[in-house]
Design a protein around this ligand. Structure first.
Ligand code: ATP
Ligand code: MN
Length: 463
């Protein structure tokens, strides 16, 4: 007797093997001939395995004929070639042990199609749905591919802190970490006295591990971070979460072109891996969620990303004559509608925009010789818009200090960051990829809340 997962038992090679399978009942059909078909799923793949239960099973009358959707069972039997189409194998049960019942009156996940909004309210059962199971497997494949890509290229995975005292870019967007009593915080001159807080200073959940990654890039060469990040931005969109996962590679001796080359190779590798390793799930997304999901990925793996400067993009948008909700002018940040227009309508492929106006970008981005733009880049993809944001970092101490003053940042608070430019400074670059945006793009799922197990958005942290 071999213990197999459903994905293994569905392979033709399993025919003839005596196996044990464990999972949950998806459907049961009783035939007049005195036997029943039980569709079993264990999450190992999208497809179920068909189990044939004959009436000579000792618990046929008492249990099998009452098996309801969602019940858990252990099946022992022999894998046979299946005469039915759409499946190579089936299992003729020798025993079926009912492990846990699921009352059909109350089990919320019945056979019918549920809305994603409804499924979010049952986050504890949602992974048993076809869609969320497929999302979870694809998400796992993407994560494995991310690690493989960097590990094969000699990058080291580093772990920046989640609690941080450096409120670098987005002071307003940070979640505060505090153990002070919110009803009676200690005060000093009318302000909350954070010197009495747990860390004796204001602390927050990280919005990015980049600055810490720079420390390690400037000693180990090529590194990446991969972990949760937090943003308290109150944007109730289909592409923003308050807690999301980000991958941030950072490379010493890389300029912006090296950075773009890496980002392009990286995305192609991840998309290619999903196509080869998640074929069944991707066919499901193509049929049920987004007809272009698979062909879009195939197109991307085999084509060049289009690269164009911010200035060229603004010209193109203005000349397009297209009506946008937000007007376009050089010096303003591009909105999602502009990004999507460029990648979906104009080029119909991923686009890397680079060299953005300095006034809309962070202090650490390298200033270009024109003095008006910085070496920033965003990778835009159809349907999602920005999937990667990155830059070459400013490695010149004097320029960096001037930029910080210009942006009203206190250089003494960043003494360690400036030290990297004082001692053996090097050109370096990196980017951040949002994991959920990637899963969203790959699967074609419309809402980012449906590609993370437990979404955190304004007003919502139910589970
Ligand atoms: P956007 O303009 O789309 O809000 P951003 O410019 O604030 O994004 P970056 O700071 O460049 O984002 O972060 C790098 C990447 O992290 C983005 O390209 C995106 O893939 C992802 N990301 C950023 N904010 C969020 C969020 N709130 N939820 C999910 N993913 C996010
Ligand atoms: Mn960005």
């Amino acid at each position: 007797m071999e213990m197999l997962s459903v994905v293994q038992a569905r392979q033709a090679e399993a025919v003839g093997h005596k196996v044990e399978l464990r999972g949950w009942v998806r459907t049961r059909r009783d035939s007049k001939g005195g036997f029943s078909f039980v569709e079993l799923n264990d999450g190992s793949c999208l497809g179920n395995i068909q189990v044939i239960a004959e009436k000579n099973l000792p618990n046929y009358e008492s249990e099998i004929l009452h098996l309801s959707v969602g019940s858990s069972v252990i099946v022992r039997g022999e894998v046979r070639a299946s005469p039915a189409k759409g499946q190579a194998t089936e299992v003729l049960a020798e025993t079926i042990t009912l492990v846990g019942t699921a009352d059909p009156e109350n089990y919320p996940l019945q056979k019918k199609q549920h809305t994603f909004e409804f499924l979010r309210t049952i986050a504890h059962l949602r992974p048993r749905s076809n869609t969320f199971g497929a999302v979870t497997r694809v998400r796992n494949c993407i994560c494995r591919s991310i690690h493989n890509f960097f590990q094969e290229r000699g990058f080291f995975w580093v772990h920046p802190p989640i609690i941080t005292a450096s409120d670098c870019e987005g002071a307003g967007q940070m979640f505060r970490v505090s153990t002070l009593d919110p009803a009676k915080p200690p005060l000093k001159e009318g302000q909350i006295d954070y010197s009495q807080d747990f860390f004796a200073r204001p602390t927050f959940l990280t919005v990015s591990g980049q600055l810490e990654a720079e420390i390690f890039a400037c000693s180990l060469g090529k590194v990446y971070t991969f972990g949760p990040t937090f943003r308290a931005e109150n944007s109730n969109t289909s592409r923003h979460l308050a807690e999301f996962w980000m991958v941030e590679p950072e490379m010493a001796f890389f300029d912006l072109n090296d950075n773009m080359d890496l980002a392009e190779a990286f995305l192609k590798r991840v998309f290619g891996d999903v196509l080869t390793q998640c074929d069944e799930d991707m066919r499901f997304f193509e049929q049920r969620i987004e007809p272009s999901a698979r062909t879009t990925l195939e197109g991307i793996v085999n084509s060049e990303f289009r690269r164009l400067s911010y200035t060229e993009a603004v010209d193109l948008l203005i000349k397009s004559g297209q009506k946008f909700e937000f007007p376009v002018a050089w010096g303003t940040d591009l909105q999602s509608e502009h990004e999507r227009y460029i990648t979906e309508q104009v080029f119909k492929c991923p686009v890397i925009l680079y060299d953005y106006p300095r006034q809309i970008k962070a202090f650490y981005m390298r200033v270009n010789d024109d003095d008006r733009t910085v070496r920033a880049m965003d990778v835009l993809v159809p349907r999602v818009g920005e999937i990667i944001g990155g830059s070459q970092r400013e490695e010149r101490l004097d320029v960096l200090e001037a930029r910080m003053r210009e942006m009203h940042l206190d250089p003494t608070a960043y003494w360690w960051y400036l030290d990297l430019r004082r001692f053996g400074t090097v050109p370096h670059a990196g980017f951040g990829l949002g994991l959920e945006r990637t899963v969203q793009f790959v699967t074609g799922m419309a809402n980012i809340r449906d590609v993370i197990p437990f979404p955190r958005t304004p007003g919502i942290a139910d589970f």
